[in-house]
Ligand binder design. Sequence first.
Ligand code: B4P
Length: 195
Amino acid sequence: MLNLVLFGPPGVGKGTQSVKLIEKFKLIHLSTGDILRGEIQNGTSLGMEAKKLMDQGILVPDEVVIGMIRNKLEANPDVAGFIFDGFPRTNTQASALDILLEEKTTSITAMIALKVSDEELIKRLLNRGKDSGRPDDANAEVIAKRIEEYNNKTAPLINYYQAQKKYHAVEGNGTVAEIFDKIYDTISKIKTNAG
Ligand code: B4P
């Protein structure tokens, strides 16, 4: 299986690149942000609780997102692999994911970490906020909080995957197509090295 963690701060291009990667590699796309927004749209109690936190740019509790990923893994038994987009975001989520994949006798193949400057992130998110209807993109203070949450709780996961020799950084500036080509090259090399 090809199991990728697509990693990086809010607005770096994870969702954008995931769409292209699932098409190319026939993978299942698991975005915790999308799943949570689906819960909000359906007005579930989980969605209503998550909305209060998401609107402030705060991460939702680990047990909530881990439960969502567990359900999705169980619902997709025979697949070529998964792209985890926006998950894991904490050390607890990363170790839970390792255990869940072990139960399926598989593991994470690689973390692809996208990088751009904070100025570019803020510009992209405010721009999306103009017409996305996402409250967490509409306000510079909330965006700053999301970046702070990323720096405090999520960025340390680079060390987690580096220790497993699975960390691969990819420059996130440029056109969507240029960045996709760089990710594609990185994955091709990983697949070749894995034999
Ligand atoms: P997410 O939905 O994951 O939000 P995101 O990080 O902003 O999305 P993404 O990074 O995919 O956006 P993209 O760059 O593609 O999370 C939202 C909230 O949900 C979190 O704040 C948290 O509260 C909660 N949550 C989700 N997962 C969680 C978890 N595991 N644990 C706890 N809480 C969790 O796109 C950004 C913009 O940039 C787009 O407009 C795009 O068009 C543009 N763009 C992309 N590539 C570009 C390029 N190359 N050039 C110019 N613009 C580009």
